[in-house]
Ligand binder design. Sequence first.
Ligand code: KIV
Length: 269
Amino acid sequence: MTRKTIEQIKAHKNKSEPLVCLTAYTMRVAQLLDAHCDLLLVGDSMGMVLYGMENTRDVDLDMIIRHGKGVVRGSAQACVIVDMPFGSYEDSPQQAVQNAQRIMDETGADGVKLEGGEDLAPAVAAIVAAGIAVVGHIGLLPQTAQDSGGFRVKGRTDDGRAQLVRDAKAIEAAGAAAVVIEAVIEDVAAEMTAAIGIPTIGIGASRACDGQILVTEDMVGITGDHVPKFVKQYAQVSEQIAKAAGDYAADVRARRFPFDDNVYRPKKG
Ligand code: KIV
């Protein structure tokens, strides 16, 4: 089985079938998703989803690399992209290249993703010039949202709309292979998608995008009580885990578990 290349991801712009993308943080989950996805993202959302952090800013390079390695090991056909953590690319294009190279060398991933529009285009261009594929991320930027008006849907004002289109064009011009658009109103996402020649991958950005991505744990119903409007839960895995734990606890307390089948005994004969 051959892995989808970043060029194949890029070529989806001209295909009628949208890109299917999900986050993966672990080897086992990557194995389960691999056959169904064009792209797996080792997202820094892992900080909140896996580690219970308040936001994504405490995820560091060592953490994302550890998980990136697992996802590459667990997948064979999906293109694997690893998020660049907050603080690993903003200081200078040189810093961005150095850390992107470290992610690539240590994980074996197909590319990196970083958050930012026009202002981060020099970092994107430098990483691309170093021969590393980049997926951009514009619209709502979780790493910096708390410094710039909070976690709000983007594109509701004329200025906001114009900036989003400029961001999309700047990220394309910098050489990105695709761009994630997060939490943008539908007609603006459509305008951004029409304005550029690389695929847009939407999360909370409508069907107008060239592909879709969700956090897998949201999609399978394994997160907390708040389910964002843009998420559709295709399963309720939390309920199944809680039920399994309850059944196990009852069996242990009643001394039913381990059952006969689960016990090692001397071999007969
Ligand atoms: O970190 C992440 O999971 C992401 C997706 C939400 C696009 O950036």
